[in-house]
Design a protein around this ligand. Structure first.
Ligand code: ISE
Length: 347
């Protein structure tokens, strides 16, 4: 039997995940949606889908086995807590929550439930290029990693929605999470430096340099640009003791014409990471069908929240700010080993 899923929030990411859950992936049926704009929800949801205006009512519905949260970040805590109370696996788009205290409450509830239910939408971990880069680091053929450079350039961001804090609490979270995952390390200090501002930056902190100091001594150097106009340009390079490994430029379409030879660049994150988004939900379906979750956890959501908070403090103080994490609970200590061939929905 297919996993019966309800989606909360049919904005840009909600519609993109609805498309992949109904037209790309298997083993799943979207049988409910929830959005404050029920007219919009009804217009985009497949015929026969139950449409809710109240997301918590949708979570409680017996017809819904698992939940995908694509709503506004401040609404995530209540929705995650409802999923945990209902014992329903949940995929939650980043940010998991918008405060340290909310993250602690969500982790406490999941620990009390006793089994992982939450996967967070840090899709880069499912990107084949990042997975290949991690394999090189883990293989130790280049020796120990010393520096990681992460470039995160958006062609543009929605001027009406993207606020001055978001380079650090909405965009940076991807570089923070992928650095922790690639380097198998935690971030202990954050330092923000604001270069000369771009005239394209709409009064945002654009560009922003962020130094992430890892517990091992590795330093991660992050460039965040959000109105660079030429495309969505993501780079990653690790300098090790005996060599350097870097992501290829994606997609690697090389164009030759009378202007010369050039390589195409994606327009936005849905384009650059389309396969990673498919893979993160493909793996989520397998885990949720067994009543649990794998991949980025509530602990990773907590870590991202603390790093974003420290970055925002550093942007104000001009100082290097500490990231003080609580000890990692046992629930998040070891990755789950799932039966990848199991089908159907767990009892
Ligand atoms: C957006 O919310 C994302 O998650 C994208 O991956 C990121 O590149 C972009 O900067 C964010 O605004």
């Amino acid at each position: 039997m297919n996993l019966k899923v309800g989606i909360i929030g049919l904005g840009m990411m909600g519609k993109d995940h609805l498309r992949r859950l109904t037209k790309v992936l298997s083993g799943v049926d979207v049988i409910a949606v929830a959005d404050i704009d029920t007219q919009r929800a009804t217009s985009v949801a497949p015929a026969g889908t139950d449409v809710f205006s109240n997301p918590l009512a949708m979570i409680r519905s017996d017809k819904v086995h698992a939940v995908v949260i694509c709503s506004w970040g401040p609404a995530h805590e209540a929705q995650l807590m409802e999923c945990i109370a209902a014992g329903k696996p949940v995929f939650c788009e980043k940010p998991m929550v918008t405060s340290e205290q909310a993250a602690l409450r969500v982790m406490e509830a999941e620990e009390a439930f006793g089994r992982r239910l939450i996967q967070i939408g840090f899709m880069r971990r499912f990107d084949s290029d990042y997975r290949a880069l991690k394999a090189v680091i883990d293989g130790k053929s280049l020796g120990a990693p010393l520096i990681y450079r992460s470039v995160h350039r958006n062609a543009s961001v929605p001027a009406d929605l993207y606020t001055s804090d978001m380079p650090l609490n909405d965009t940076l979270v991807h570089d923070a999470d992928i650095s922790r995952w690639l380097l198998d390390d935690e971030i202990v200090n954050v330092e923000v430096r604001i270069p000369r501002r771009s005239s394209r930056g709409n009064d945002l902190r654009d560009p922003t340099i962020v130094l992430l100091y890892m517990s091992s001594g590795i330093i991660v150097d992050v460039e965040i640009s959000v109105n660079i106009s030429y495309g969505y340009d993501i780079r990653g390079e690790v300098s090790c003791e005996a060599g350097v490994a870097a992501l290829p430029n994606r997609p690697a379409t090389v164009i030759s014409d009378r202007h010369g030879i050039r390589q195409s660049i994606p327009s936005d994150f849905r384009d650059r990471f389309i396969d990673a988004y498919d893979q993160e939900l493909r793996e989520w379906i397998v885990a949720a069908s067994q009543g649990t979750a794998t991949g980025p956890s509530a602990w990773d959501g907590y870590a991202a929240t603390l790093v974003a908070d420290a970055a925002l403090r550093s942007a104000e103080t001009g100082q290097c700010e500490p990231v003080a994490m609580k000890p990692k609970p046992a629930l998040y200590a070891n990755p789950l080993h799932l039966n990848k061939n199991a089908g159907g929905v767990a009892a």
